[in-house]
Design a protein around this ligand. Sequence first.
Ligand code: ATP
Length: 633
Amino acid sequence: DPLAFEKYCRERVSITTEVDAPYSFLANTFVLISSTKSRIRIVTLLTNCLLFLLHIEKDSLLSAVWLSTNDIAPSFYGKNLGVGPAMYSKALKEVCGISSQSLKNLWNRHGDPGDVAYEAKVSVRTLFQPQPLTIKKVFSTLLKIADCIGNGAQNRKLELTKYLLISAKAEEVRYIGRSIMQNLRIGAVQNTMLTALSKAFIIYSDYERLANLGSASLQEEFQKAEEALKQSFYQVPDYNILVKTLLTTGLNDLTQRMSIRPGTPVKPMLGSITKNLQEMLHKLKGHNFCCEFKYDGQRAQVHKSKTGEVKIFSRHLEEISERYPDVIESCQIAQKTNADYIIEGELVAIDSKSGQILDFQTLSTRERKKVNLNEITVHVCFFIFDMMYFKGESLLQCPLSVRRRNIIESFNIIPNQFQLAASLESKEEAAIQEFFNLAINSKCEGLMVKVLDGINSKLPSTYEPDKRGEGWIKVKQDYSEEFESLDLVPIGAWYGSGRKAGWFSPILLAVFNPENATYEAVCKCMSGFSDQFYKEITDRYSLDSGNSSPCVLTCPHAMRGLIEILASADEVWEVKGAQITSSPVYKAGIGLADEDRGLSIRFPRFIKIRSDKGPEDASTNTMLAEMYMKQNQ
Ligand code: ATP
């Protein structure tokens, strides 16, 4: 119980040394967390770990948060550890003095980078005792690894990796190994960490008052703190800022202090699903709403700061400014004044002469890395649909009608470069149907229907970061068919036979489980791919590419021969199927629809790569179970 633990800390923990918190403390917390699947227990263990650090050494808190969340920085910092399986294996061989064959055997037996390191190091006798690792030292070394660039970077990365492996003792080795390979597997995903942080800080700062509350009021206080902390984080999703703010001013006025700001991408608002136009009209009866084209491109936030710098961020918050210098230029020309802003829209490939929208496939052939203005081959138009910040003020709480007015007042249209998302304000079914048809004929996916203002409205018209709000409803053509598509993550593959010998086929696909940040296998897919695509994914994930784990998973008979590509898989594939079925083999959604059976997809067919999504944006186990239950109704 975190409250009892806080009491213990207040009475018994005295700060007698100036020593940094040891890494072994965090590693032992990870051991405890690994021994449970209960989210409540994981939150409690993390809360107590944070409370303890608040008492003994606050400076380690931020490093502990990053290490527990299996990351080193927000995605928009563009930091990458860049230690692949090949370098990791080399470091292990040199540190533990084992042969390639012994290491291969360990990979085959354990398949997990931490377990392999633990087993490899167990028998190593060291003549001298290395300095014990501290939480801060581990984290700062990981940052150094990420910061190695240029000449000799690979060697320096290798040396730093070896330093961590040499210095780690006992269970530390396992978690250091997993952190280096960014595969921690302890389930402290974002929501778990945010809950634990909110609990730790409210208990630490307000213990006396909380200790006298009854359990219902206490839960209410915890919930309020959690809500405020999550609200703040979704606006400024950066633990560096969050933890520093918490350490200086606690939970007081956190939402104001952590309010949206240019330069830090906000978690995007998401749309909820409807079957068809009739269902949408039923849901929005009595509300003011507008319909917009649902473009099939890449979602982007454009941020302009007071200094005039313009940056673009993707849907999963990576900075993509270097890929779109043309869009930055268009935004600058289109703006009427010089104010700072955050706007959002869809980047869509377009024929710059005819103005015709091109399909998503064309956009995906656009240069993926830095590009110069005169080298652009695929032209892009930014279709703006929202504004979240203007002239130093957050607009998140303003109704959409006001945000839209602001857009129109602040920007000029530049045909085929910077346009407003096509929209219609009408409640007439016939007019909306016609607009829907126009959207489909214009290579769009359908419509996004949005509540405009809040007067007499139960549905929100404000911008709700990270929420699948009822105030945004998507109507897609696909939904009128039986099966909604799913966004799945490729996690493994087998080598094919016959015509496909030498290529990966089939591919094992998974849904994401956000509770413990794992990927749950849902089906094998071998349809919808072109030969070219087979060749490309085989090259991308072959064992020689260094992107795959050289291991065969310890898995049920049906999975024999699987090559695990999870170590580096960061793709999301849109897949359609015929039906969701209950399965004794696949683990996706296990325990949700059925106590001990998972779910699978019949006749899965690959549609396209969703390059706008990261694996954590993939369809979840819960979404799959909901679809299954809806289908069976
Ligand atoms: P889907 O698979 O249907 O694209 P999703 O999970 O990617 O859904 P949702 O939030 O459910 O994301 O659907 C909204 C997506 O549609 C946005 O992420 C955005 O990229 C795209 N989009 C296109 N046009 C618009 C628009 N006018 N308003 C909002 N989003 C739009």
